[in-house]
Design a protein around this ligand. Structure first.
Ligand SMILES: *Cc1c(COP(=O)(O)O)cnc(C)c1O
Length: 378
């Protein structure tokens, strides 16, 4: 886990209590983007997948140091336009007509996910180069989610691709394929093999169906290990060969943003019941849902807050395992179970590192920035 910088610790300490904050470090974002760029082979671009963290400062920072932004909703699209993205790629299986029109207006490259979407684009009078997202016949490398080689709503079934390619509406030109297949892959060699296979498959398919191949978009999926602090080894990626005239696009979200964010929550109470000790936090899974969603314990560090302005006794525990739980009245509001602490007091902060990707954003209130439903009261 990345350590909290002295400046970050000072910023958290300067907050009024009870403290609860997300902290994003834009220098860490830039450093991560630079190290990724250095690891990629020639003719490879990388776009930041906005869904990992749509905070405007994060998006603006990454727009400036990546080759562009990948978006999957109208909300993300307008965020990307405002952030000054030099290039926008728009994917997702549930684009509305209004979102398709806005994407065309913004000059975004569309990853089209179904034959029906092609028809809808044509009905909008689209004249554009597009990529087709394909759900390939074979499975992807292992990771936390698998999007391809298995029944999912994503992309066009490879078996249907010949028919789709034979019937591309006038005005649209297929220039490549989008093959995003995996999330949180921790195996660099396996990811390099996946990229090679994506390129080979795309070249073969393009040749077979008369597509002039310009783009192979392999999506995101570069992983980080929340329990150990390790990240995918990018070294094997540099030896992938991208043919002349073809651009390989990667769309990492997690890898770019995870280590640039921290979630900090103050300990409001410490109690032992039925033999377990709980640190009850100002915060919880409604802010940081990732550990509950994936069913693991997210490590934390303690930021001691020595100032104690209250008239009542300060509680502390020493040399014990604690469960870090949130303020929601449900036993599922758990961020960490059984983490050993040498000393923890009410008023101290638990600081959860690697919270820069899929932290606040997937905590459901704002995930993917789709429009909210209408609330009707009769
Ligand atoms: C989610 C997503 C990404 C980013 O995935 P990470 O695992 O965060 O790298 C990229 N492309 C598409 C199409 C996605 O849906």
């Amino acid at each position: 886990m990345p350590d909290l910088s002295p400046a970050a610790a000072a910023a958290l300490r300067a907050l009024p209590g009870p403290r609860c904050a997300y902290l994003y470090d834009t220098a860490a974002l830039r450093a991560r983007a630079a190290s990724l760029r250095a690891a990629l082979p020639p003719r490879t671009s990388f776009l930041y997948a906005v869904k990992a963290n749509g905070h405007p400062d994060v998006v603006r920072t990454l727009a400036a140091v990546t080759d562009g932004l990948e978006v999957a909703s109208g909300g993300e699209l307008s965020l990307a336009v405002r952030a000054g993205a030099r290039r926008i790629v728009f994917g997702g299986p549930a684009k509305t007509d209004a979102e398709l029109a806005a994407a065309l207006d913004a000059g975004a490259l569309l990853n089209v996910e179904s034959p029906y979407e092609l028809r809808r684009l044509a009905a909008l009078g689209a004249r554009a180069d597009i990529c087709l997202r394909v759900n390939r016949a074979t499975t992807a490398p292992s990771g936390s989610h698998t999007m391809t080689g298995t029944p999912t709503p994503f992309g066009i079934d490879e078996a249907q691709l010949p028919a789709v390619l034979a019937d591309i509406p006038a005005g649209l030109r297929v220039i490549g394929f989008h093959l995003h297949a995996v999330s949180n892959n921790l195996d660099g060699a396996a990811h390099a093999a996946f990229l090679r296979d994506a390129i080979t498959w795309s070249a073969r398919t393009a040749a077979a169906y008369g597509v002039n191949l310009h783009v192979v978009n392999a999506g995101g999926g570069l992983g980080v290990d929340y329990r150990t602090g390790a990240s995918i080894d990018l070294t094997p990626l540099s030896s992938v060969t991208v043919p002349d005239g073809v651009e390989l696009i990667l769309e990492p979200g997690r890898y770019l943003a995870a280590d640039a964010g921290w979630y900090a929550a103050e300990v409001l109470d410490l109690k032992t019941t039925h033999g377990r000790t709980f640190a009850v936090l100002r915060g919880g899974t409604h802010h940081f849902r990732l550990p509950a969603a994936w069913g693991y314990s997210h490590p934390f560090d303690i930021l001691p807050i020595d100032d104690w302005p209250h008239p009542y006794l300060r509680l502390s525990v020493t040399g014990t395992d604690v469960d870090a739980v949130g303020e929601l009245c449900t036993p599922r509001d758990v961020l960490t179970r059984g983490r050993h602490v040498t000393h923890l007091r009410t008023g101290d902060l638990l600081v959860f590192g690697r919270a820069g990707a899929y932290g606040w954003d997937i905590s459901h209130h704002d995930f993917l920035r789709h429009d909210p439903p209408t609330f009707l009261t009769l």
